[in-house]
Ligand binder design. Structure first.
Ligand code: C2O
Ligand code: CU
Length: 467
């Protein structure tokens, strides 16, 4: 059967009936209408994160006039339409919002000192931008990030393209953990010896601020599943059991031909869009499983519900590509981008939550921390020109390298066959050399950093300037 909007609305009770969790704490993330504005407050409070205790000092973005401490709302907006967000800071420390993966005006990028002033306690900042790409993105602060993100400030952001195929349900899942003690309270956000390796892991696994949430989805239906790895440390390797699924987008960018989802690795900052075909039998279970690092762990469940819709995975079409300017590889200028550990372990002071250590460097220079007097850019790019970043990972660890404000194309790797992917975050493997190409098409100072936040905050950060 066709999956036109009309068919969709005629089937059963419509979207509202689906994606609703079975457990008392579970709640829906279903397709709501996209909006053009939102008022958010950065706020602190108590929330139930481990299923047993109220955790104090949880941080979130909450809608203005909302009393409860919930996960930051999944924001939905439309491609090509202006969106405004007023952020009011109710924390007792400065904050900002960075819109991860959105190619927008530099002044809206949310990086203190580089693109905007701090938003101090009690102050507001008006963000306003036109998202050029449809897809699955996310938002988070760029200030004292290990604490602010570690305590909850990671939200999902969906840019809709009205021309996209619609599905029987659209479920967004924010994958992230919590570092809690057995009493449910936050413990130290990191251990220096782990920050110098893979990062410090959470103790409680979470998905949408729940433990193993359980969703209803229509039997025999096609479900668009949007996943973001918003954890400060964890790299996921995801698979589904009990259903087949197609990968339709990676890091918000449509894949040219959808392929079967087997084991998909997702580093902090990265996103995965799947179309999952629910089983025919009412009550049948589909599990989303993380197989990394060793013992497989179920992170979310989906139960087939209602009359069999009998959809076919073969009817899923590729999403329309987002706008992209091909770099001129022949004329491109080469820029080195070398990731290494640093011998220099000097404690450093900075605004915005220094961790007090320096373990990592880009091009041998450890980022001194976010200050009002940032160091020189890693590279100065000319607006409209093409560049190839020669990214070399000299460390034995994986690093999800994220560039603000522009996408790049992965053109070669020393260790694997790379998919023709355009992205904003590349998970570089140990000892891998990779070439990333782009047209410097967005003027401003753009941060480039590892999205394992402890690595970011202990030196693996820099920025490029486009003029
Ligand atoms: Cu998710 Cu500097 O970004
Ligand atoms: Cu890293």
């Amino acid at each position: 059967p066709s999956l036109s909007r009309r068919t969709l609305l005629k089937t059963g009770a419509g979207l509202a009936a689906y994606g609703i969790g079975l457990g008392a704490a579970a709640f829906a993330h279903r397709s709501a209408e996209a909006a053009n504005s939102v008022e958010l407050e950065a706020a602190t409070g108590d929330a139930l994160l481990d299923g047993q205790h109220l955790t104090h000092g949880v941080m979130t973005y909450r809608r203005k006039d909302q009393a409860e401490m919930l996960m930051p709302p999944t924001l939905r907006m439309r491609k090509g339409e202006r969106f405004s967000a007023r952020l009011t800071n109710r924390l007792d420390e400065p904050t900002t919002i960075h819109w991860h993966g959105l190619r927008i005006d530099n002044r809206m990028d949310g990086v203190p000192f580089l693109t905007q002033p701090y938003v101090y306690t009690g102050d507001s900042f008006d963000y306003s931008f036109v998202p050029p790409d449809a897809g699955t993105f996310w938002y988070h602060p760029h200030c004292n990030t290990l604490t602010q993100m570690g305590r909850g400030m990671t939200g999902m952001l969906i840019v809709e393209d009205p021309a996209d195929q619609t599905f029987d349900a659209d479920i967004a899942i924010n994958l992230r953990d919590w570092r809690l003690g057995s009493d449910g309270q936050f413990i130290e956000m990191f251990k220096p010896r782990d920050a110098a390796k893979n990062g410090t892991f959470g103790t409680v696994r979470g998905a949408n601020w729940q433990i193993r949430p359980d969703y209803h989805a229509p039997s025999g239906g096609l479900v668009r599943l949007r996943l973001v790895a918003s954890d400060v440390t964890r790299i996921y390797q995801l698979k589904l059991e009990g259903a087949e699924a197609l990968v339709i987008a990676l890091d918000g960018q449509p894949v040219p031909s959808p392929f079967m989802a087997e084991n998909v690795t997702l580093g902090p900052g990265q996103r995965l869009d799947l179309v999952l075909r629910m089983p025919d039998t009412e009550g049948a279970t589909v599990s989303l499983i993380d197989t990394r690092p060793s013992a497989p762990k179920t992170v979310a469940l989906f139960h087939a519900h209602g009359q069999n819709l009998k959809r076919m995975l073969g009817d899923v079409k590729a999403l329309a590509p987002n706008p992209w300017q091909e770099p001129d590889l022949k004329g491109a200028e080469q820029v080195p981008l070398i990731l290494s550990a640093t011998a220099e372990n000097a404690a450093r002071d900075s605004f915005c939550g220094s961790l007090g250590y320096s373990f990592w460097a880009i091009n041998r220079v450890p980022w001194p921390g976010d200050t009002s007097d940032p160091m020189a850019p890693l590279a100065e790019l000319k607006l409209g020109k093409s560049y190839i970043f020669n990214l070399e990972n000299l460390t034995p660890h994986l690093h999800p390298i994220h560039l603000h404000g522009m996408n790049f194309k992965v053109i070669s790797s020393s260790t694997r066959k790379v998919p023709e992917a355009v992205t904003d975050t590349y998970l570089v493997a140990a000892d891998e050399k990779v070439q990333l190409a782009l047209v410097a098409d967005n003027p401003g100072d753009w941060v480039l950093h590892c999205h394992i936040i402890e690595h970011q905050k202990t030196g693996m950060t820099s920025y490029i300037r486009v003029t």
